[in-house]
Design a protein around this ligand. Structure first.
Ligand code: SF4
Ligand code: SF4
Length: 178
């Protein structure tokens, strides 16, 4: 799975990226808030298509905090210990949700594909980890225009649909260190 996260509305929204503050011509820490940004400095567009790309692909990590683990475990009716043993694995700096091999690569253990529709759902959507909630507004993705556009090649929801205002982009960006 990619490090992103989220089978869209009621399901998947996520992907990995690279970035950092850039310079002139497409970079800039807040290039999306500048007049030359894609929406004239008003924000960025994003509307998940529920393709599921961000929850599968090459091996990756979806980090889950202790608080998030408690919420997911409660949702599943499990103790935190049983949840952790069944659905997570050790990763650098903590624990990640587990992956399951599929035809698409490595699916997040909570990814569910709707039969025949081509759409994907997150089985724990309301309690999905912050990494998934904040996609695609990670610092590494919104850090530069190039990183945003690069990530958008795997995430068809980026650059389309609903306008996410600059203020909201900032809140999501500052909520994670990815
Ligand atoms: S928890 Fe849900 S949104 Fe996050 S990677 Fe897994 S399936 Fe995708
Ligand atoms: S549109 Fe983007 S966020 Fe939504 S499921 Fe596809 S890759 Fe993930």
């Amino acid at each position: 799975m990619s490090a992103g996260g989220g089978a869209g509305d009621g399901a998947v929204d996520g992907v990995a990226g690279a970035g950092g503050a850039g310079g002139a011509g497409g970079g800039g820490a807040e290039w999306f808030a500048a007049a030359g940004g894609p929406e004239g400095g008003r924000g960025l567009r994003f509307e998940c298509t529920r393709c599921g790309n961000c929850c599968t692909g090459p091996p990756g990590v979806v980090m889950v905090s202790d608080q998030e683990a408690r919420a997911i475990a409660a949702r599943l009716g499990l103790s935190v210990e049983r949840f952790s043993a069944a659905y997570t694995r050790a990763a650098r700096g903590g624990r990640s949700l587990s992956e399951v091999e599929s035809a698409a690569g490595f699916d997040c253990v909570f990814l569910r594909r709707e039969a025949g529709s081509g759409r994907a759902l997150c089985a724990i959507y309301e309690d999905r980890p912050g990494q998934c909630r904040t996609w695609p507004f990670w610092p590494s993705v919104v850090g530069t225009r190039q990183a945003w556009e690069s990530a958008g090649r795997r995430c068809p929801g980026m650059g389309r649909g609903q306008l996410v205002p600059v203020e909201r982009v900032r809140v999501l960006r500052d909520a994670v260190e990815i």
